[in-house]
Design a protein around this ligand. Structure first.
Ligand code: ZN
Ligand code: ZN
Length: 294
């Protein structure tokens, strides 16, 4: 079932970005990437194994394999979704490159979010469901792909859940304000209510147990920094906590699926937090992939 990768450049970390994400993104999250692309500089000087890819627009033919024509029409008419094509396109390409062994791991910047976009409806700064589109692309090109998703955005990933509800080859673990587990144990919500930052990290560690028994080929980390102190989904987390999450999840990908992890930016509005947290996560990805020879 799984494609045998050629393991070409497994010491590379791919960063997917498009200049429009810093100029004309969705309203609330629209200015958070204003420090880019200049903010990449120090990391590029430090890590020669980081490759920056300019995100390409996704094809509408692929969009229509996941979303309804009405959703596509609605997104087209919504000025706040102008970056949606490049946002989803970057995630699709990053996932394919990690899957096929062109790069070891990836971080995807976006201008419009993904996890609130379902088959027919989109809301909450989301337009096209980037992660589900990337999974659909893998399935159509390579056959079925066993995938695990962890969602640490402050909000429930309702669109993603709707779209993968019946997929027995997708584990979806969402840390939000709900508690839920499907009968087969593959669709899980765990609540962060009453949790300290350490308690939250425990919920991230618990994901590892599901992943160890599910044995996915690739892990998505849907990362929202709206959970940061002072951001709009504040649950008291800080960049230091994000770095710990990165350590847990990247080590898990190394242990279970040969390092294949794609980090996708979700919600959050603060430029300072966006810059600090994304650079910290990319640094962790690059230092991990850089240790691997061949
Ligand atoms: Zn959110
Ligand atoms: Zn949830």
């Amino acid at each position: 079932m799984e494609k045998i990768t050629t393991e070409k450049n497994r010491s590379l970390t791919g960063v997917f970005y498009h200049p429009s994400f810093s100029r004309r993104s969705y309203l609330t999250i629209g200015t958070r990437l204003k420090e880019f692309p200049e903010a990449f500089k120090p990391l590029r000087e430090k890590f020669s194994n980081i490759v920056i890819f300019e995100s390409k627009p996704i094809s509408e033919e692929l969009i229509l394999r996941v979303h309804s024509p009405e959703l596509l029409e609605g997104v087209r008419k919504d000025n706040l979704c102008s970056t949606a094509w490049h946002s989803a396109g970057g995630v699709v390409e990053a996932t394919e490159k990690v899957y096929s062994g062109d790069i070891r791991n990836a971080f995807c910047f976006i201008g419009a979010g993904g996890h609130h976009a379902g088959k027919r409806n989109f809301w909450g700064f989301c337009c096209f469901n980037d992660v589900v589109l990337a999974i659909r692309n893998l399935r159509d090109k390579y056959g079925s792909a066993k995938i695990a998703i962890i969602d640490t955005d402050a909000h429930h990933g309702d669109g993603t859940r709707e779209l993968i509800r019946d997929s027995s080859d997708v584990l979806h673990y969402c840390i939000c304000s709900n508690d839920y587990s499907s009968e087969d144990g593959l669709k899980i919500d765990v609540s962060y209510f009453d949790k300290t930052p350490d308690g939250y990290l425990e919920l991230v560690r618990n994901f590892a147990e599901y992943v160890r028994s599910f044995e996915p080929y690739l892990i998505f980390w849907y990362f929202g920094h709206d959970t940061h102190e002072g951001d709009y989904g504040d649950i008291g987390l800080t960049v230091r906590d994000y770095l710990k999450m990165a350590e847990i999840l990247i080590a898990l990908a190394e242990e279970i699926c040969n390092g294949r992890i794609v980090v996708v930016l979700g919600g959050g509005s603060s430029p300072r937090i966006a810059t600090e947290s994304s650079l910290a996560i990319i640094e962790k990805l690059a230092s991990t992939s850089g240790r691997v020879q061949g």
